[in-house]
Structure formats: C-alpha cells, structure tokens
Design a protein around this ligand. Structure first.
Ligand SMILES: Cc1cc2nc3c(=O)[nH]c(=O)nc-3n(C[C@H](O)[C@H](O)[C@H](O)COP(=O)(O)OP(=O)(O)OC[C@H]3O[C@@H](n4cnc5c(N)ncnc54)[C@H](O)[C@@H]3O)c2cc1C
Length: 405
C-alpha cells in the first residue's frame, strides 16, 4: 500500500532541522552571503545534530537513518540557504555514501567513521578546468609505483575544496585507456589534504552560494597509499556515477526546499504589499506565480520522495533520481525568478532573501549533471539508447517501515 505520510521520526527530523536553521543560521545568512563568507562554525553544529552522518549506519558513527531522512534534511537545509545543503551533497551524498558502498572495512574505519561523526569533512573531485559534463575528458592521472599511486592534476569548481579534510578523487590509472577515453581506465582514490603535494584555493569571483566554499585543488605528485584506492582499479567511472546518484538526490530535495522558500516569501510579501488599493495577492497574475510555485514544490517533493523510496528498497534509481534532480532544479529557477518578480524592486535588493535564492538556484541547474545532460538522459532511456543494469548500489538494509510504512 502506498502511504504519503512521513513517519514520526522523519517529521521530528524536519522540525529539528527547521528550528535549528531558523534560529542559528537565518539571522546571519544575509550577512555571510554579503561578505562571501563560509562560516566553519556551522559544521560542528550540523555534526551535533547528526546530519553529517545522517544515513550512515550507527556502527560507522552515523545516525542510522534512511534516504528519506537525508532528503528531509536536505530540503530543510536549502530552505535556509543552499550553502548548507551543499555540505550534505558533497560530504554525505558524494563522498561518505560512496565509501559506505564501495570502501573496504579499513577505509570505512579510517574515513567514514570520522566523517559521519563530523570530525573530518569530505568532498568529491571529478570536474577539472577542461572537463565537467564530459568526465572522460579529465586529465588527472594516478601512476602506480610500488605500494602507492602518484596523483597529479587539478580539480576545479569543487565544493568545500578549501575546507574539506578528505577528497574522493577520480583520475586515470590506465594511460592507454586515457588516450582512447575509455572510462574503464579511471579509478577512484581517497586523498587527504595533509598528503604532501596537495594544495587548494577558493574561487573568488563566484556570484551564487556566496556563503559556501567553492574552489580548486591541485595534486603535485601526491603519493596515495594503494590501500586508498576505492573499489578496484578501473572502477572509478562507476563509482563516480554511483556517487552522483546519491548527490543528485540531495540536490533534488534541496531544490525542493528552495522552491518552498520562494513560495513562502512570495505569499508573505503578496499579503503585505498593496497596489491599486489591494494586496498584490489579489491580482490574478501574481496568484498565477504563487500557484506555479506550489505546484512545482509539490511535484518536486513527490519526485525526490519516490527516488528516496527506491533507494531505501535498494533498487536502481538513476533514472528516477535524475528526473527528480532535473525537474526540481529547473523548477527552482522558475520559482526564484518569479519570487523576485513578486517582490518587484524590493526583490532586486538583498534586503529581501529572494535575490539570494535567485543567485543560489542556478548552480544546481549546472552541477551534478547540467539541465541538458539530464534531458538527454531521460530521452535516451525512452528511446532505448540507455538502460541501467542492477548495480551493487544502495545501502544498508534500511527498514522499509521507516520510510514507506
Ligand atoms: C557551485 C558549483 C559547485 C560545484 N561543485 C562540484 C564538486 O563539488 N565536485 C565536482 O566534481 N564538480 C563540481 N562542480 C562542477 C560541475 O559538476 C560542472 O560545472 C558540471 O558538471 C558542468 O560542467 P562544465 O561546467 O565543465 O560545463 P560543460 O560540460 O563545459 O558544459 C557547457 C554547456 O554545454 C552543455 N553541454 C555539454 N555537453 C553537452 C551535450 N552532450 N549535449 C548538450 N549540451 C551539452 C552543458 O549542458 C552546458 O550548458 C560544481 C559547479 C558549480 C557551479
């Protein structure tokens, strides 16, 4: 039987994150955004709430919740600011869940446990100056030398690049396959900031997610112990795609939260602002924008919930998660544009949050698969150009009772 109710546990989580965000972050987010400042003090607070290991099993230091919980937290965090949800996407979605699924027991003890507890922060490095959508175009290499790999290359547009301790890095371990752009020559590595030859920086001229850290890192002959290879040699592409299945889920749920934030701000403003003797909410064209936000919110939420439900069941969900990510991020762009419109000139000022929503939403239409890449993917499934095989994915045996009841 299908049940559209969240469990009490999920409702409590939503309420907790909502109250924490409203109390601790909302009052200062405008200032942080204006100052282009990432506030590292937010991380231990998120760790205390259990968010940094939310769906990591308790035996690895996590909160032991499920994917629906990850989605609820992501939605609530992005309701406050996109920078908070980005932390969940890279730290939990892209990095920790990949270690949980693909890591050895030793890797889980060394990286997953401190990450889930929030004593170490993690991110994911695939994109490079010369390649984003076309991951096979990356140039980073990993040359095997005895019991280590020597990694060289540069990663660009990496969330938390200047903040994280640990990095899941994709690089070519087979140089012949690199020449052919054969993705079975890519491997995944767990790299620490403290490894010699690693350096990072922050991108200075970004115009969105200003309270978040986005940067680059360079690997100048970084020696990575062979035991830090994640999965087997040649599994890097698969691992990257697996990671994106998790990251996209958090992006979808987050964009849903942003739409809700746009809707709530617009409803409040439409009842406060008057033109031609009536509240602007009385004008049909303003109603239309608000109604569209509501339909986009509800549809986006259903899409990420379905994706999370499939994940909890351990079923392949690349298509559904991609659809949720594509739909909700494009809808969030529409909602943010209309939220600014509802606010008129005030929307064009950072005295109101909707301008920040407008700048923040665009990133998600680009990262973790651009709008175009997702469109192609959905069409390719329908046209039969793409099919997914069942994979060793999803995660621990989540109790379906928690998620879907
Ligand atoms: C704020 C932010 C944070 C990010 N964080 C991370 C991170 O933590 N880790 C990480 O690895 N990366 C990260 N990225 C990078 C992001 O994943 C890439 O920017 C994204 O994959 C797109 O790659 P690109 O920018 O090189 O664009 P390109 O791939 O060069 O694409 C340019 C344009 O061409 C279009 N295009 C490309 N190929 C096709 C095609 N086959 N058909 C039709 N259109 C096409 C694209 O849709 C886009 O419109 C981040 C990006 C941003 C903006």
């Amino acid at each position: 039987m299908i049940d559209f109710d969240l469990s009490d546990e999920h409702k409590l989580l939503e309420q907790t994150v909502r109250e924490w965000g409203g109390r601790e972050v909302t009052p200062k987010i405008g200032e942080l955004d204006r100052a282009h400042k990432f506030d590292p003090k937010i991380l231990p607070q998120m760790a205390d709430l259990g968010l940094l290991g939310i769906c990591v099993p308790t035996e690895y230091g996590g909160a032991g919740m499920d994917y629906i919980a990850l989605g609820c937290a992501s939605e609530e965090l992005e309701y406050v600011d996109t920078s908070l949800r980005v932390i969940m996407s890279v730290h939990v979605g892209l990095n920790s869940l990949s270690i949980l699924s693909w890591g050895t027991e030793d890797q889980k003890q060394r990286y997953l446990v401190p990450q889930a507890q929030g004593t170490q922060i993690a991110t994911f490095g695939l994109t490079e100056p010369s390649a984003g959508s076309d991951a096979r175009g990356i140039q980073s290499v990993a040359i095997k030398k005895g019991d280590r790999y020597v990694l060289s290359g540069e990663k660009m547009w990496i969330s938390l690049a200047d903040v994280a301790d640990n990095f899941l890095v994709i690089a070519w371990s087979d140089l012949e396959k690199k020449k052919q752009k054969d993705p079975s020559g890519l491997s995944a590595f767990l790299v620490e900031r403290k490894f010699k030859g690693f350096s990072s920086g922050t991108l200075k001229h970004k115009w969105g997610i200003l309270a978040g850290n986005t940067g680059f890192f360079k690997m100048d002959e970084v020696e990575v112990p062979a035991e830090n290879l994640l999965g087997r040699e040649g599994e890097g592409f698969k691992i990257a795609m697996f990671a994106l299945d998790q990251g996209r889920f958090t992006v979808a749920a987050g964009a849903t939260g942003l739409i809700r934030a746009c809707r709530d701000a617009s409803v409040a403003y439409a009842k406060e602002r008057k033109t031609f003797g009536v509240e602007i909410g009385q004008h049909q064209l303003v109603k239309e924008m608000i109604a569209q936000m509501e339909s986009d919110y509800q549809a986006s939420r259903l899409l990420w919930l379905r994706s999370g439900w499939l994940k909890n069941l351990g079923r392949r969900n690349t298509k559904e998660t991609g659809l949720a990510k594509w739909f909700s991020t494009v809808a969030s762009e529409r909602a943010a544009g209309d939220a600014v419109q509802v606010h008129g000139a005030n929307g064009y000022s950072d005295e109101y949050p909707v301008g920040r929503f407008y700048r923040n939403c665009k990133g998600a239409v680009i990262y973790e698969g651009t709008r175009e890449i997702h469109k192609i993917m959905q069409a390719d499934y329908l046209l039969g150009y793409r099919t997914d095989r069942p994979t060793r994915c999803e995660l621990p045996p989540y109790k379906v009772s928690v998620a879907a009841r």
